[in-house]
Design a protein around this ligand. Structure first.
Ligand SMILES: [Zn+2]
Length: 140
């Protein structure tokens, strides 16, 4: 793999650093209010509902496809040799409206449907030290 074919790398900031640390250690974690328990994605320093402090907590990694697109023309370095692939929005089981963008692994695009069950799989991102949260079709 040449340098030009490596995917873009995350650039963690104060709000997202906890997410990336969790994936490195093998866990999908989402920002959660420590007072009213609201899950917050994208992460925030303070809860948008009650203003209390937040922290990252592990989630089940299970959810359903909320929406998706099939990428047939490559625009992102690192994925040109995997066309076509599916980019999806996953609604996590923990909370209605708690959604995460992702790439679906090992799936034929024509078999993907909104509402299908999926489960997380953390994948090493080539060219750096990060692991990204991808999803694959699941039965439950
Ligand atoms: Zn709150």
């Amino acid at each position: 793999m040449t340098t030009t074919s490596l995917p873009p790398q995350p650039k963690p900031n104060l709000d997202t650093e906890g997410f990336w640390q969790a994936t490195k250690s093998g866990q999908l974690s989402i920002c959660r209010c420590q007072e009213c328990q609201l899950w917050l994605q994208p992460p925030l320093e303070r809860c948008r509902q009650c203003g209390a402090t937040t922290r990252f907590e592990a989630v089940s990694g299970k959810g359903s496809i909320y929406s998706f697109v099939v990428v047939r023309h490559g625009a992102v370095p690192g994925y040109l040799d995997t066309l076509p692939y599916v980019v999806a929005i996953i609604e996590l089981d923990e909370q209605v409206g708690l959604r995460l963008p992702t790439r679906l692994l090992d799936v034929a695009p024509e078999t993907v449907e909104i509402g299908q069950r999926v489960a997380v799989q953390l994948v090493d991102l080539p060219g750096g030290e990060f692991r990204v949260a991808c999803f694959r079709q699941a039965s439950d």
